[in-house]
Design a protein around this ligand. Structure first.
Ligand code: HEM
Length: 189
């Protein structure tokens, strides 16, 4: 890029970030617990379709966000220690990995178990895979673990952002906030 480096993420990058965070938390809150028989009870169709719709929205948002990143300009790097920069890079890479792995493991698990993935508008993704039920059950279980893991990693990422703002006051959190909100935050330089 030849243009002058900016100090915050673009409005589009901020929208992708906060929308993804909100949809992940709601998808988690509507996570389906219990055995396969319980998850696929007809009485739970709405709950399951809501969870699957939110989860597929996360997958779509993540794919669009990564495509957008190819064209977007990142803010100028902050003046922080190298280890902190590395740790932040690792956490971000892990989050992107989970943003794909959580929905993909759910889809593959459901398909191998022999279930369609059905969204709220009646959009049905039928399985392109041959049924392998036991493997599907294991992958669905992996999905529930990864679904918990993404909340832990996102929680650590949020705490780190708060630490950057409250203790280091270095502009990390502010770079991902709309100007109107950033202005109202206490402790900003
Ligand atoms: C980022 C998105 C997602 C998150 C955070 C998430 C989170 C979770 C969590 C935490 C559970 C376990 C709930 C519990 O044990 O109480 C769960 C279960 C489940 N999720 Fe997701 N999920 C996501 C996306 C999806 C998608 C895209 C689908 C479908 C394509 C899906 C289908 C399911 C199913 C079928 C179960 C029950 C698994 C079983 O035990 O058979 N999820 N999810």
């Amino acid at each position: 890029m030849t243009t002058a480096a900016r100090s915050t993420y673009s409005a589009t990058a901020q929208i992708f970030h906060w929308l993804t965070a909100i949809v992940v938390v709601i998808a988690f809150a509507y996570g389906l617990g219990g055995s396969e028989q319980r998850v696929y009870l007809p009485s739970r169709d709405f709950e399951r379709q809501l969870h699957e719709t939110l989860g597929m929205a996360v997958l779509l948002l993540t794919a669009l966000r990564l495509a957008w990143k190819l064209f977007d300009q990142r803010p100028a790097p902050l003046d922080i220690p190298r280890w902190m920069e590395r740790a932040s890079g690792v956490a971000q890479a892990l989050l992107y990995l989970l943003l794909f792995a959580v929905p993909v493991s759910a889809m593959v698990g459901a398909w191998l178990e022999g279930h369609d993935v059905t969204l709220l508008a009646g959009i049905v993704f039928t399985s392109p895979l041959a049924s392998a039920h036991d493997l599907g059950v294991r992958i669905s279980e992996l999905h529930t673990w990864l679904g918990d893991a993404i909340l832990w990693v996102a929680g650590a990422h949020a705490l780190a952002a708060i630490y950057h703002h409250a203790i280091l006051n270095d502009g990390t959190l502010v770079s991902m906030l709309p100007a109107g909100i950033a202005r109202r935050l206490p402790g900003r330089r």
